[in-house]
Every structure is written in structure tokens, then in C-alpha cells.
Design a protein around this ligand. Sequence first.
Ligand code: GLN
Length: 305
Amino acid sequence: MNIKRLLENISDMARQHKDRGKVADYIPELARIDPAQFGISVCLANGEQHSAGDAATPFSIQSISKVFSLALALGRLGDSLWNHVGREPSGYAFDSIVQLEYEKGIPRNPFINAGAIVVTDAILAGSTPAETLGELLRFIRVAADDEDIHINDRVALSEKATGARNTALAHFMRSFGNLRNEIDLTLGTYFHQCAIEMNCAQLARSGRFLMNAEGSIIPRLISSARIRRINALMLTCGHYNGSGDFAFRVGLPGKSGVGGGILVIAPMRASIAVWSPGLNSYGNSKLGTEAMEIFAQKTGWSVFG
Ligand code: GLN
């Protein structure tokens, strides 16, 4: 299998695609992004990396940051994290509030917004937002083996300015006693973590630890048991109410963000990052999903055999 050629073919196809989805417009800074972009990068377990298209263009990783905050939270709290957040797919949009009342302020999973706010609140406990964000950035930089990964403050402030929905989710959870810190601090940390920027090449490298590849050269940042659990959550919840569709079409664990990025893990084989800013109706990258569907078909990689 010539991965480099496959990525170039996929990138050429994506470039010609007319129907590119719609960029997220509820965060004004993201509404300005040109949808005519596509990048893809793959890190293999043997250390090779191949990229195509706009793989060096930085983008807002948004909800993909939730994979790293979850890894950090599990390191800090261990299984007690699960007293505050569930592990079931939600079947509702990423920013939905409806289940929260029935389920007494315990969000369905750590990847919907409410769940990710709880995870951020957990890693913030006992530290300042600056320390917490510093720790998260350090984790990502080590994982990616790249110091040049930063937060875009304009995106964070833009999201804060229009963050009524996330603020509502946080107050609602607070009323059930499921947030420990001041809401402004938790949300400020959450908005800044979502505003981390990476390009596809960096994002693919940052996901290598999730391949769980035996005897590989990749640093082991968390235990194998935790890696398997994070992959399980990415498969069942990583694309919100589009998670079933992604599992059906791609068959690999993935985490999307409204910036149009997707981090996909082929366990033991590869970490893949794809980016195209236009989104489908679930808020996941439209061309990114289509590209991963072709990639999985051509490589034959799947967690389902
Ligand atoms: N920062 C975004 C939000 O909270 C993340 C959502 C996403 O990427 N799906 O709305």
C-alpha cells in the first residue's frame, strides 16, 4: 500500500469537490475561514509520516482538544471522573441541554460540550486556568514532539462573546452540584482549550500515543488500558449524534471538532488527522468524513475485522 499516493489522490479528489458543507458560524472567528481547504496527514507505527494538501495550515482544533483533556483528567482523577460524567452516546447535538435535566446534571459522555466542561472543571480544580492550560499544552506538545503549538486568543474570546449556550450548560450543571470551580474560570479554560491551533501534521503526531503500538518508538503517555477506553469513547461518542454514521462508514475511532478537523486512530497501525472546514449537518467535517471513508476502504483498516 502506497500511503503517500493514496493521500495525494484523496487530496486531489477533495480539492475538486463542489459540495463542501458549511463552516461553523456560531463562533464568528471560525465563520471567516475559507472552506476551500483540505489537508491530511498520517503517522504510521514505524515512525513514518506522510501528508498531502494543506497539511501545514493551522486550524482551530476545537472539540478534538477534549481527547487530550480527558487523558489528563483520567491521569489526575482516575476512575472517580466517572462519578461526574457518563460513557454513553448521547444521540443529541454536541451542545444539547435536553438530557441534562433527566440525568440530574451528569452529562452523557466526556465529548459532548456539557461533558467536556465537566472534564475541564475537574482538571482545573486546585490550579489556575493558566496552569491548567499550560499543563494541557505541555501534554499536547510532548505528544506531537513539537513546541510550536499555541492557543489563538481571538478564537477563545470570540467563542466567549457568543458562548450563551455553553454558559447555560455550565450553570445548569452547577445547579446540580456537578461543577466545582467558578463558572467563569471553568468556561474560560474550556474556551481557550478549544482555541488551540494545530495543523494536520502536528495533530496526527499528537495522536500517536493512542495507537497503542507495541514496541514502537512513540512515547507512552498513558496506560494501554486507558488508551483502549479513550478509543472506545471516540468510536461511540466522538462524532456526537453522527457517531453511528462515522463508525458505519469509517470503522475507526475518531474525534471531530467544529473547526473541521478530525483525529482518527487505527489501533496499532496509525494516527490520522484530516481537516476541511465545511461541516455536515451533525457539525462534523463533511469532506474530512468522506476522505476517511475512502482511506479506510482503500487501506482495509477497521476495528471491526
Ligand atoms: N468550542 C466549541 C463549543 O463549545 C466546540 C464544539 C465542537 O467542536 N463540536 O461549542
